[in-house]
Design a binder for this molecule. Structure first.
Ligand code: MSP
Length: 520
């Protein structure tokens, strides 16, 4: 018989999860939604296990690019950023993302924190005044070295950078190169997956240059004024990265101290250098510990093409939600991508996945189990009268899935975690075929066995709801309702197999969780 698990005796775990703060010169799309979905899933996973979890997102609102977008829209930058930032916020809310704080770089607290850090680093002698000429890409808001250009053009924007020469303030980033290398050496999983750590190591084989961290107001006023020279505003990356500090600081010094070292930044590979080089060296200069992990995911294309307004192939999360439901969209993005690698989005493939995995595999298991429970026992869960080898095998399949989910989510292999749950669902569907309760039900003497089989299947559904909940939160909640379990029942610790349903527990009649979609 299953035994009660010992209470999990462990130190309280914590995690501070961040997304990049998105530029407000574009609206939410598949790419930003993907980072949100990953972070939301990881945050839900940790909360479900009782970990102290803080999840932060927001918008990046200063700099040339935003000033230009506001001008193009005929709006004052503040009015423009208020408007687009609100679009991000309402989109993420409609998507059901459970962020704890939405930060804007125009927030007064953020401005204060940036100025404080600048003043500190300046006082420590790590910021100096100098003259600099370089190739500057307005799109990226940064200077490029000749080597980084492709055919003389910015590799991202495919435009020729401008030569700009001016007096500015510089952060003595070069002074931290050795310390950064030592950290990367001491903490091989600081940047993960490893391919991105290797990219950073390759970058650091060249001498690191100092970082220009100001823009003269004669050229740009839309930024945070330097605390030690009012003729300049702060370079947008020096401003934006600090959001990670600001967002946590408001929780007070104690929570800050506890959570800061658990920071897990999630980004795509496009912004690796600022997060892997600028940010850790800035933290060293500011006297703050480094993050726990920089988690770098790949880039999505759409039908094999880069997503862009001009190509008209931008995938909008709210359209996907309206067409397929948010959980189905989450499922497909997480299932079809390997964390760290690029992926390609195709709507036809999404429909195939939804039909195969959600409508057939999961949906059928739910409807077959609940309809038999209804037909044979009016929904009342029966006692388990025996444990046969096939019953044990089913229980084991779910225990394996539970172990896999635990390991794979922590390794950010979210698609593997989903595969593990779906393997167990397959097993449960086969268990129905093999044990054939619908045939046994014709024999009154076999009633206890039928009740036992269905009880085991309900346990499979209960476990699937618990394991899938961080990935497919609405579906898991609907499933919990069908099983007449309180929504809180999805939080760990979970009852042992066979203990979730007490005698007399009554489950609901089936509904189609995921109707089949007819391909367009
Ligand atoms: N504002 C900076 C980030 C500052 S963080 C201190 C920025 N903003 S952004 O709006 O351009 O967002 C970039 C991020 O959006 C990527 O790192 C990634 O999280 C997400 N993505 C944008 N397009 C994407 C894809 N096509 N595919 C995957 N993720 C993408 O950079």
């Amino acid at each position: 018989m299953p035994t009660e698990r010992p209470p999990a005796a462990r130190a309280p775990r914590r995690i501070y999860i961040t997304t990049p703060i998105y530029y407000v010169n574009a609206e939410p799309h598949l790419g930003s939604a993907y980072t949100m979905i990953i972070c939301d899933t990881v945050a839900r996973f940790h909360r479900q296990r009782g970990d102290d979890t803080i999840f932060v997102t927001g918008t990046d609102e200063h700099g040339d690019k935003i000033a230009q977008a506001a001008a193009a829209a005929g709006e004052h930058p503040q009015q423009y950023t208020d408007r687009v930032s609100a679009v991000f916020r309402s989109t993420w809310d409609a998507c059901g993302f459970t962020y704890d704080r939405f930060i804007r770089t125009t927030d007064a607290e953020h401005v204060r924190t940036v100025r404080e850090i600048l003043a500190r680093v300046h006082a420590a002698g790590d910021i100096y005044f100098g003259r600099y000429g370089g190739l500057y890409c307005t799109g990226c808001e940064r200077f490029y070295t000749e080597k980084e250009l492709v055919d003389g053009k910015c590799p991202d924007h495919r435009t020729a950078p401008e030569w700009i020469e001016e007096e500015n303030y510089f952060f003595r980033m070069s002074a931290y190169q050795h310390r950064l290398l030592a950290e990367l050496d001491a903490r091989p999983d600081l940047i993960r997956p490893e391919r991105y750590r290797n990219e950073v190591l390759a970058l650091l084989r060249e001498p690191l240059e100092d970082l220009c961290i100001s823009r003269p107001k004669s050229r740009l006023t839309w930024g945070i004024e330097l605390p030690f020279d009012e003729r300049f505003v702060t370079y947008v990356w020096f401003d934006a990265l600090i959001n990670y500090v600001t967002a946590l600081e408001e929780l007070g010094p104690e929570r800050f101290a506890a959570l800061w070292p658990t920071a897990n930044h999630f980004i795509a590979k496009d912004i690796l250098k600022p997060h892997a080089v600028f940010w850790p060296t800035m933290l060293m200069a500011a006297g703050l510990p480094l993050y726990q992990h920089l988690n770098v995911h790949g880039y999505w294309t759409v039908d094999g093409e880069k997503m862009s307004k001009s190509l008209g192939n931008v995938v909008r999360p709210l359209d996907m939600r309206a067409r397929y439901g948010m959980d189905a969209f989450r499922y497909v993005l997480l299932r079809e991508s390997v964390f760290g690698l690029d992926a390609d989005f195709r709507e036809a493939a999404l429909v195939t996945r939804i039909n195969a995995d959600l409508a057939n595999n999961l949906g059928n298991l739910v409807s077959r189990t609940l309809s038999m429970q209804q037909r044979y026992f009016q929904g009342v869960v029966q006692p388990r009268t025996e444990v046969r080898p096939e019953d044990e095998a089913l229980e084991r399949a779910w225990a394996d899935a539970e172990g896999e989910v635990e390991t794979q989510v922590r390794a950010l292999a979210l698609s593997r975690a989903l595969e593990a749950i779906w393997r167990a669902l397959d097993h449960a569907n086969k268990y129905i075929v093999e044990t054939a309760p619908f045939t046994l039900a014709k024999d009154p003497a076999a009633r206890p066995r039928v009740g036992t089989i269905l009880h085991n299947l309900l346990e499979a559904l209960r476990t699937s709801a618990q394991l899938a909940s961080p990935f497919l939160p609405d579906t898991a909640a609907r499933l919990a309702t069908l099983l007449a379990l309180p929504p809180a029942g999805l939080a760990a610790p979970w009852p042992a197999w066979g203990r979730a349903f007490v005698p007399g527990h009554t489950v609901a009649s089936p509904v189609a969780l995921f109707p089949r979609i007819e391909p367009a």
